[in-house]
Design a protein around this ligand. Structure first.
Ligand code: NAD
Ligand code: ZN
Ligand code: ZN
Length: 391
């Protein structure tokens, strides 16, 4: 089959690779009909995630048709149309039972690597380094889906196109989880750093959950325009205004009630701190550039919550702990517990409360994946979200 493979930094290649096989009776094989490129894939592309090996098949946002199942797979059968959650989770361990699917204790064969890096093991994930299990990803014609009963969502409504449900695999649940973490009661102002696809879903979800005002922050005008027109946000371009001053002025001097970091470890900034963080990151003195996170913490109203959706890999510098302690702030974060949100969010799509297609700007064949990565990474051609078609 054809699959998009990581061959080194900023080097993706669509190659011929062996077809996947059932290895465990709880597996299914999915023929991929649609798959997407995520901001998290850019961290692989740009070489920020260790334990990638040339030839690794990438991609963790995908859906398709089940063509084979193991004997113990009960909830889905051959011929079913499914969306697949990016975390691989057993559904039976103590963490899965708590709904903390990305902390699954059973699904990562390289748990020791994750444990060494982060203290305790994490789940496996599709196409996302050997620290997360070395599983082949979904930017391919076929994928092996372990624990298929837990990680797949059957789409019975054939009137819903792939594009409307594909993002249940990751970015819609991720953005929604960020808003959910804020404990909104109605009427709040929520500021969101990053107007990429995750930020767009965080903004839209904050409104679904009752926020009165949402403020999106980025530097790309086309992304800010999408935030205004499609996600109902007010916007700030951080290259044109001082974000802390502007947010203070927009919120009666107190700051937004809550903040969401939808940027992560590759943050950019117009301030001299950018050079500082980039240099430290290059010298491996810190693993991540927390420019948006620091700003979100400084901006948040006292007593507010900062939900961190942006991915961070390790250790960061100049973390404003004093601000958190002295201003009663709460930090919440997770790799999205996708399986927890897939079903209720499908209902919201079916009820026409949201149509996730609003983020899609490009559709290409799988063979064009390397070109897609370049466009999405460079934020050119007004690119927000790319869907790839393997068949
Ligand atoms: P993206 O690269 O399309 O978007 C990131 C956006 O942040 C860009 O538009 C960029 O201009 C903006 N940005 C950079 N620096 C900024 C700053 N200082 N202030 C404000 N905006 C800034 O990526 P995406 O697909 O939207 O993903 C965003 C983040 O979410 C990534 O780190 C990704 O890895 C992470 N993610 C996490 C999960 C999870 O489960 N927690 C799931 C999916 C994605
Ligand atoms: Zn993703
Ligand atoms: Zn588990």
């Amino acid at each position: 089959m054809r699959a998009n493979c990581w061959m080194g930094i900023r080097n993706m290649e669509v190659r011929d690779v062996p077809d996947p096989r059932i290895l465990n009776q709880r597996d299914a094989i999915v023929k991929v009909t649609s798959t997407a490129i995520c901001g998290s894939d850019l961290h692989l592309y740009n070489g920020f995630m260790p334990t990638m090996v040339p030839g690794d098949i990438v991609g963790h946002e995908f859906m398709g048709e089940i063509i084979e199942v193991g004997r113990e797979t009960k909830a889905v059968k051959v011929g079913d149309r499914v969306v697949v959650a990016f975390p691989i989770s057993c559904g039976q361990c103590a963490q899965c039972k708590r709904g903390l699917y990305t902390a699954c204790e059973n699904s990562n064969p390289n748990a020791w690597l994750a444990e060494k890096q982060w203290g305790y093991p994490t789940c496996g994930a599709f196409g996302y380094s050997h620290t997360l299990g070395g599983f082949a990803g979904g930017q391919a014609e076929y994928v092996r889906v372990p624990f298929a009963d837990v990680g797949t969502l059957k789409i019975e409504d054939s009137s819903l196109p792939d594009e409307s449900v594909l993002f249940l695999s990751d970015i819609f649940p991720t953005g929604y989880m960020g808003a959910d973490m804020l404990g909104l009661k109605g009427g709040e102002t929520v500021a969101v750093w990053g107007c990429g696809p995750v930020g767009q879903f965080a903004m839209a979800s904050a409104q679904l959950l009752g926020a009165e005002r949402v403020i999106g922050i980025d530097r790309f005008e086309y992304r800010l325009e999408m935030a205004r027109e499609k996600a109902g946000a007010e916007t700030l371009n951080y290259e044109h205004v001082d974000v802390l001053t502007a947010l203070r002025e927009m919120t009666g001097g107190r700051g937004p009630d809550h903040c969401i970091d939808a940027v992560g470890l590759e943050a950019h900034s117009a301030s001299p701190m950018y050079a500082y963080d980039r240099a430290k990151q290059m010298m491996m003195l810190e693993t991540d550039r927390p420019l948006a996170l620091r700003q979100a913490i400084m901006a948040c109203r006292s007593g507010g919550t900062i939900a961190v959706l942006g991915v961070y890999g390790g250790f960061i510098d100049k973390f404003p702990m004093g601000t958190i302690v002295n201003r009663s702030l709460t930090i919440k974060s997770a790799q999205a517990h996708v399986q927890r949100y897939m079903r209720p969010l499908l209902e919201r799509i079916q009820n026409r409360e949201i149509d996730p297609r609003f983020v899609i700007t490009h559709e290409m064949s799988l063979d064009d994946a390397p070109k897609g990565y370049k466009i999405f990474n460079d934020k050119v051609d007004d690119c927000e979200k790319i869907v790839l078609k393997p068949h």
